[in-house]
Ligand binder design. Structure first.
Ligand code: 26W
Length: 830
C-alpha cells in the first residue's frame, strides 16, 4: 500500500460526532452484534463486549481524527514516549468515564438483558507490562491526553502479555496470557505506515556522489513493523491521543527470496523468527540476562518508532527537528534510540548529516528516566551480541564513546580510573555496553522518579556524570491517574467527592485538600458516609477473596494489604514475620485488646526468580495454618491472592485500611501502589523510602505509620550487620524464627523454608530484614491502637485522601512538560 499521511484526512470536511442516546447506542450494538459479528442475543458475553466496544470506538473516532489534525498543524512541538511496557488493564470503563457515556450505555445494554458491569467483566486486561514502570506509562498517557498535550506513546504489541498466575499446592504456576485471542477491538491496524527494521548483516564505509562519507549496513535480515493504534482519550476534553504499538512480521521480499529458491519451509520458518520479536513480554521486572530476543525487541521498538517520527517529519529542514520533537526514554530499555537516531541522521541518503550536526540534534531531543537503583536491574549488553545483531549501531556507539571519553580526559586530565568508570564499554573478558551511560550521554535530561531516588542517583550510581553535567539531572516524582484509581475504582467515594467538592476534582486533584476540614471538624454525617463507603468497598474485596481463595474476610476487621511484584527488596518476608508474630501471640495467649485483622498479599514472581517463588509458597503455607487453626478463631486471616493485576487492584485499593510499603530504605525508586492506596483513604505503614517520604510529608507523621532504618543508616549498617544480635535482643523475633524453624508451617516437607530462614539470618542479607523487625512490629502496634479508636482512624483516612492531590500524574506530567518537554497544550472546543 502506498505510504500516505493523515494530513490528507485533515483537509476533508469535519467528521461529525455520532449521536449517543441510549437508543442510538442500543441500535449500533445490535447492528455490530448481528450484522458485523454474526452473533445473536444469548451469545457469549464477549461478543456483546466487542459490539459495545466498536460502538464506543465509533464515538471516539471523530475526536481522534481532530486531535491528530491538531498535531499535524505547522509548528506543533510533540513528545514521543518510548516504552517497552504499557500496563493498561481494561479500557471500556475508562473511555465511558472520559466520554461521559456511562449513563446512556448503562441504559442501552438493558435491551440485551445484561448489566454493563457484566459486559465490562469480559474485557481482558491488556497486561503489556510487568509492574510499576509499565503502569506508570499507562497513567502518563492518560494524563497527557487529559492535559491536552501532543504526546504519542510508542510500544510493542505483544501477542502474549504478562503471564497469568495460578497457585498449585502453594506454588506459583505461570499460564500464558493470550489476551488478544478473541481479537482486540480497540485497535486500528495501519499497515500503510509500516516500517522496515534491520538486523544482522555487516557494515561498509561509503563515499557518496557529494563526497559525504557514511556507513552502510548491508546483507541485513529485515523485519517489518506494522503499527496498531490504540486511542487514549482525555477526561471530557475531546482530546484523543494515540498509543502506537508495533507488531513484527517478516518482509515479503525476504520470504520471497527463499520461497523462490524452493525452500518453502525455510521461508515459513523465517517468518516465524521475525514474528517472534513481538510474541511475548519478558516477565522480569528487575534482572535481565542478556537474552538476544529482548535486545531485538528493544531495537525493533526504537527503530520503528524513530523511523515513524522521521516519516512524519518528511522533508522539513533537519535543523528544526529538535525544536519540534522530544523523546522520553522509559528506563534504558529503549536507550539504543541514541545510536539509532544518529544512524538515521548519518546514513539515510536523504539526510547524511555530519557527525556534529547529527549529535547536536540527537542530544537536544532525548530525555531519559531512570526507575531503579538495583544494580542487577541496570542493563548491560555484551558487545559480541551487538556485533552480531546490530553492527552499525555498535560502530556508532564506539564513536560516541571515543568522543565522549576525549571530553572526560580533557575535564579530568590523568584520571584514568574515572575514564574507565565512565566508559560506555565495560571492559573485561566479555565486554559490555552500559545502556544507562549511553542514555545519559545522549540526553539533555536525566530524571529519577521520587525525591530520594533522584538524590541517590546523583550521589551514587550517576555521580561521575552529575559532576560533569549537573544541569542535566532532575526529579519527577511519580503519580497515578485519579480517573482510573479514584473515579473508576471507587465510584461511591467519587460521588461523595462530587457532592462535597463539586465536579472537577477528577482533573484537578489538588481540590481534595478541601476534605480536610471534614476530618478536623468531626463532621458526623460526612464521617458516617465515609465509613459506609469503605465498608461497601471492603465487602466487595471480601467477595473477591472468597471467590478466589475460599477464605472469608470479615469487613469489620482491619484490612492489611501488600500487593506488588514479589521481590526481596520489597520485603514481603518482613510482612510474613509480622503475621507469624501475631499468630504466635494468639498461641501464647498474649491476645488482650486484640484487633481482628485480614492480611492480603498478592503479586507475581519472575518465573526464574527462585527465592521469590519460595516466598509465595511460604505465604500460602502460613495462610493455610493460620486460617485453619481453631485457636485463632478467625481473629487473624491470611491470603495470598492469585494473579494480582490492574483490574484486581481496582477492587483492592479502595478496600485497604493499611497499605504496606515496607521496602529496605533506598531500594524502592518510588512506588505507585502507595499512592493509589493513599488516594482511596488507606493509611500507610512504611519505611522512609521512595515516594513514601513525600506521602509522609504531605499527610503528616500523625497520619502515617513510619518505621525502620533510613537509607543512610542502611548503608552504614551494611558490612557490619549482625542479625544474630537482633534475635538475641528480641524474644518476639526469636519466637517467630523458632516457629518457622520448627517446621510448623512446613510439617509435611521438613526444611522446606530453610533457604529463606538462612537468608534472613545471614549477615549478608542485603535487605536487612531482621534489623527492621522490632520497629515494624511497634509500628503495627501503633496501627492497632489507632484502629481501636475508629473515629480517629476515619479522620486519618480522610486526611490521607485529602493530602493525596499531589500524587496525580496530572501534576507529574505538568512537571515533565514545563521542565523537559515544553509542549503547548492543544486547545479544543469542549
Ligand atoms: C531489565 C528488565 C527490567 C525491567 C523492568 C529492569 C527494570 C525494570 C523496571 C525498572 C522495574 C520497575 O517497574 N521499576 C519501578 O518503576 C516504578 C515507576 O517508576 C517505581 O515506582 C518503582 O519503585 C520501581 O521499582
Amino acid at each position: 500500500m502506498a505510504e500516505q499521511d493523515t494530513t490528507e484526512a485533515c483537509v476533508l470536511p469535519n467528521m461529525p460526532a455520532l449521536p449517543a442516546t441510549p437508543q442510538d447506542l442500543s441500535q449500533d450494538i445490535r447492528r455490530y452484534l448481528e450484522y458485523h459479528l454474526g452473533r445473536f442475543l444469548g451469545c457469549d458475553h464477549f461478543y456483546l463486549y466487542e459490539s459495545l466496544t466498536y460502538t464506543i470506538r465509533d464515538r471516539i473516532m471523530s475526536d481522534w481524527r481532530n486531535t491528530w489534525c491538531l498535531y499535524k498543524r505547522v509548528g506543533v512541538r510533540r513528545a514521543h514516549y518510548l516504552s517497552l511496557e504499557y500496563l493498561i488493564g481494561r479500557s471500556l470503563g475508562n473511555h465511558l468515564l472520559n466520554l461521559d457515556l456511562h449513563e446512556p450505555v448503562d441504559k442501552a445494554v438493558k435491551d440485551f438483558a445484561i448489566s454493563l458491569e457484566e459486559i465490562e467483566d469480559t474485557e481482558p486486561d491488556a497486561g503489556l507490562g510487568n509492574g510499576g514502570l509499565g503502569r506508570l506509562a499507562a497513567c502518563f498517557l492518560d494524563s497527557c491526553a487529559t492535559l491536552g498535550l501532543p504526546v504519542t506513546g510508542y510500544g510493542l504489541r505483544y501477542e502474549f502479555g504478562m503471564f497469568k498466575q495460578h497457585i498449585d499446592n502453594g506454588y506459583q504456576v505461570e499460564d500464558p496470557d493470550h489476551w488478544m485471542r478473541d481479537g482486540h477491538p480497540w485497535e486500528v491496524e495501519r499497515p500503510e505506515y509500516m516500517q522496515v527494521v534491520k538486523f544482522g548483516g555487516r557494515t561498509e564505509r561509503h563515499i557518496d556522489l557529494q563526497h559525504r562519507a557514511h556507513g552502510r549496513w548491508v546483507d541485513t535480515e529485515d523485519v517489518v513493523a506494522v503499527p496498531y493504534d490504540v486511542p487514549v482519550s482525555g477526561y471530557r476534553n475531546k482530546i484523543v491521543n494515540t498509543l502506537r504499538l508495533w507488531s513484527a512480521t517478516s518482509t515479503d521480499a525476504f520470504n520471497l527470496k527463499e520461497f523462490n529458491a524452493g525452500d518453502y519451509t525455510e521461508s515459513v520458518a523465517s517468518k516465524n523468527e521475525a514474528e517472534n520479536i513481538t510474541m511475548v513480554l519478558y516477565p522480569n521486572d528487575a534482572s535481565e540476562n542478556g537474552k538476544e530476543l529482548r535486545l531485538r525487541q528493544q531495537y525493533f521498538l526504537t527503530s520503528a518508532s524513530l523511523q515513524d517520527v522521521f516519516r512524519q517529519w518528511g522533508d522539513q529542514p533537519l535543523g528544526e527537528f529538535a525544536k519540534y520533537n522530544v523523546f522520553q526514554l522509559n528506563d534504558t530499555h529503549p536507550s539504543i534510540a541514541v545510536a539509532e537516531m544518529m544512524r538515521i541522521l548519518l546514513d539515510d541518503p536523504n539526510k547524511r548529516l555530519s557527525w556534529n550536526e547529527a549529535w547536536a540534534i540527537t542530544r537536544q531531543c532525548m530525555a531519559y528516566t531512570n526507575h531503579t537503583l538495583l544494580p542487577e536491574a541496570l542493563e548491560r549488553w555484551p558487545v559480541r551480541l551487538f556485533k552480531q545483531l546490530l553492527p552499525r549501531p555498535l560502530e556508532i556507539i564506539y564513536e560516541i564513546n571515543a568522543r565522549f571519553l576525549a571530553d572526560v580526559r580533557q575535564h579530568w586530565p590523568g584520571d584514568t580510573d574515572r575514564v574507565r568508570r565512565m566508559s560506555l564499554i565495560e571492559e573485561g573478558p566479555d565486554p559490555q555496553i552500559r545502556m544507562a551511560w549511553l542514555a545519559i550521554v545522549g540526553s539533555f535530561s536525566v530524571n529519577g522518579v521520587a525525591a530520594l531516588h533522584s538524590k541517590l542517583l546523583t550521589q551514587g550510581l550517576f555521580r561521575d556524570f552529575y559532576e560533569l553535567w549537573p544541569e542535566r539531572f532532575n526529579n519527577k516524582t511519580n503519580g497515578v491517574t485519579p480517573r482510573r484509581w479514584l473515579a473508576m475504582a471507587n465510584p461511591e467515594l467519587a460521588e461523595l467527592l462530587s457532592e462535597q467538592l463539586g465536579d472537577g476534582w477528577q482533573a484537578d486533584l489538588s481540590r481534595l485538600s478541601a476534605l480536610r476540614p471534614f476530618a478536623e471538624n468531626d463532621d458526623a454525617a460526612f464521617i458516617e458516609r465515609w465509613q459506609q463507603i469503605r465498608r461497601h468497598n471492603k465487602q466487595r474485596l471480601a467477595d473477591m477473596v472468597k471467590k478466589e481463595t475460599g477464605v472469608t474476610f470479615d469487613p469489620s476487621a482491619l484490612f492489611d494489604v501488600q500487593v506488588k511484584r514479589i521481590h526481596e527488596y520489597k520485603r514481603q518476608l518482613l510482612n510474613v514475620l509480622h503475621v507469624v508474630h501475631l499468630y504466635d501471640r494468639i498461641r501464647r495467649g498474649d491476645d488482650g485488646d486484640w484487633v481482628n485483622r485480614c492480611v492480603l498479599i498478592g503479586g507475581k514472581a519472575a518465573p526464574g526468580y527462585q527465592r521469590a517463588k519460595e516466598i509465595i509458597k511460604l505465604v500460602n503455607n502460613v495462610a493455610g495454618v493460620v486460617n485453619n487453626d481453631p485457636a485463632v478463631g478467625g481473629r487473624l486471616k491470611v491470603v495470598f491472592l492469585p494473579n494480582y493485576d490492574v483490574t484486581k487492584m481496582m477492587t483492592i485499593c479502595p478496600a485497604a485500611d493499611l497499605s504496606e510499603q515496607i521496602s529496605t530504605a533506598g531500594k524502592e525508586a518510588s512506588g505507585t501502589g502507595n499512592m493509589k492506596f493513599m488516594m482511596n483513604g488507606a493509611i500507610t505503614i512504611g519505611t522512609y523510602d521512595g515516594a513514601n517520604i513525600e506521602i509522609l510529608d504531605a499527610v503528616g507523621e500523625e497520619n502515617f505509620f513510619l518505621f525502620g532504618l533510613r537509607a543512610d543508616e542502611v548503608a552504614a549498617l551494611r558490612g557490619n550487620y549482625q542479625p544474630q544480635q537482633y534475635i538475641e535482643a528480641d524474644a518476639d523475633l526469636a519466637h517467630v524464627l523458632a516457629l518457622l524453624e520448627s517446621d510448623h508451617f512446613s510439617g509435611i516437607e521438613p526444611g522446606l523454608f530453610r533457604p529463606i530462614i538462612d537468608g534472613i539470618k545471614s549477615p549478608d542479607d542485603p535487605w536487612l530484614t531482621l534489623a527492621d523487625f522490632r520497629s515494624y512490629v511497634d509500628a503495627q502496634g501503633r496501627a492497632e491502637r489507632a484502629w481501636r479508636d475508629q473515629a480517629a482512624w476515619v479522620r486519618m483516612s480522610i486526611c490521607n485522601c485529602a493530602a493525596s492531590g499531589g500524587f496525580s500524574t496530572d501534576r507529574t506530567i505538568g512537571e515533565y512538560n514545563s521542565e523537559i518537554w515544553r509542549l503547548e497544550p492543544l486547545i479544543t472546543s469542549v
